[in-house]
Design a protein around this ligand. Structure first.
Ligand code: GN1
Ligand code: MG
Length: 347
């Protein structure tokens, strides 16, 4: 491995020696390494081409949007060109990318209202910064990525070939998803029908994809693999899915997985405050559905993958995808109860 990492790195920086490298295991899809050299550190990523078969589209979206943001005073990772001038290195069939390393802290959830407001406002600014990006230049790297209706039907499809053992273990979760589809069907259809406008969005805004300084001030958002046309609801929902969870999506003890209302409200107020200048009426009216929508979708994805014998997400133990699905379901259940009791849904 060491030799391969050095070879790939030298395609970007001929002659430069790696002092040390280490795997970073935050993502569920790509393989990521921190590279240390005598004159600077880098992030090297081996792209998952099963998940991203259309790798050139991914690179197009990623390079264009990150360049645009950096050029417009909204700093994010900078990708480095290899010796032929490509922002990637091809080794056989495999694509690698190298970017600058930003010294930072990675959080997997938000634990203070101050950070929640900051992240909410930051996401609003991020969407604002991309308002004038030419959306037609973006390609659909994963078709139907946030098509929740399709995600649900894929999940239903997975029930057909699942093992009886897994079906039994997932029984309660399956019932929950089947009986709660109706709670998000309306907003999911409105997104598909573009009653909710298509915008340039990130599509994977979990808190783990944001970098903070040591005082928990947000520095930037990373992981542009799924930047595509989509809805702001997906970004808002995904940030809260991890941000307003008192634990993480990996938590086995469900008593630790609770919906943090204060974090949720602080985030939402700050987001809407920043985004109200561009949000449409439909967006403003329905933004409170962002979180249950994305929780439902993510639960369908995790549970569907569990029933498909873990063919998509990286897993390290037997029932990990079931654990992940259950955390999403527990949160969704609490969020739905909260929304029912809340009179004022608009922030
Ligand atoms: C995957 O690999 P990572 O952590 O960036 C997934 C997201 C999920 C997330 C769940 C391309 O993202 O959609 O929300 O796991 N990315 C893809 O943790 O499927
Ligand atoms: Mg990602």
């Amino acid at each position: 491995m060491e030799e391969l990492i050095q070879t790939v790195f030298n395609d970007f920086y001929p002659g430069k020696t790696i002092l040390t490298y280490s795997a970073i295991d935050f993502g569920l899809i790509n393989s990521t390494y921190k590279i240390e050299t005598a004159d600077g550190d880098y992030i090297l990523q081996k792209m998952n081409q099963v998940v991203f078969p259309n790798i050139k589209s991914l690179l197009n979206n990623k390079i264009k949007t990150s360049w645009y943001l950096n050029a417009n005073g909204f700093p994010t990772l900078k990708f480095i060109a290899n010796k032929e001038g490509h922002f990637y290195s091809q080794q056989g069939q495999t694509i690698w990318q190298l970017s600058t390393y930003i010294p930072s802290v990675v959080l997997d959830r938000i634990d203070s209202n101050i950070v929640a407001s900051q992240v909410g406002a930051y996401l609003g600014k991020f969407h604002k910064a991309l308002l004038n990006f030419p959306i037609s230049e973006l390609e659909y790297t994963i078709p139907d990525f946030h098509n929740t209706i399709k995600r649900f039907s894929d999940f239903e499809e997975s029930l057909k070939n699942a093992s009886s053992e897994r079906l039994l273990k997932a029984k309660e979760s399956i019932l929950f998803l089947e009986s709660n589809f109706k709670t998000i069907e309306g907003v999911a259809s409105d997104i598909n029908a573009q009653k909710i406008p298509l915008r340039v969005v990130h599509n994977d805004t979990k808190i783990g994809n944001m970098l903070f300084d040591k005082n928990n001030n947000i520095l930037c958002i990373i992981d542009f693999d799924t930047v595509m046309p989509g809805s702001i609801f997906h970004d808002v929902g995904d940030a809260l899915r991890s941000g307003a969870n008192t634990s993480t999506e990996e938590e086995k003890d469900l008593s630790k997985v609770c919906f943090d209302v204060e974090i949720y409200e602080a985030f939402m107020k700050a987001y809407v405050n920043e985004a109200s200048c561009f949000m449409s009426e439909e967006e403003a009216k329905n933004i409170h559905l962002s979180l249950p929508l994305i929780l439902f979708e993510q639960a369908c994805r995790f549970l569907g993958d569990y029933l498909n014998n873990d063919s998509y997400y990286n897993t390290t133990y037997e029932d990990q995808n079931l654990v992940r699905a259950k955390t999403q379901i527990k949160l969704m259940d609490s969020v739905l109860s909260y929304l029912q009791t809340k009179k004022q849904l608009i922030f």
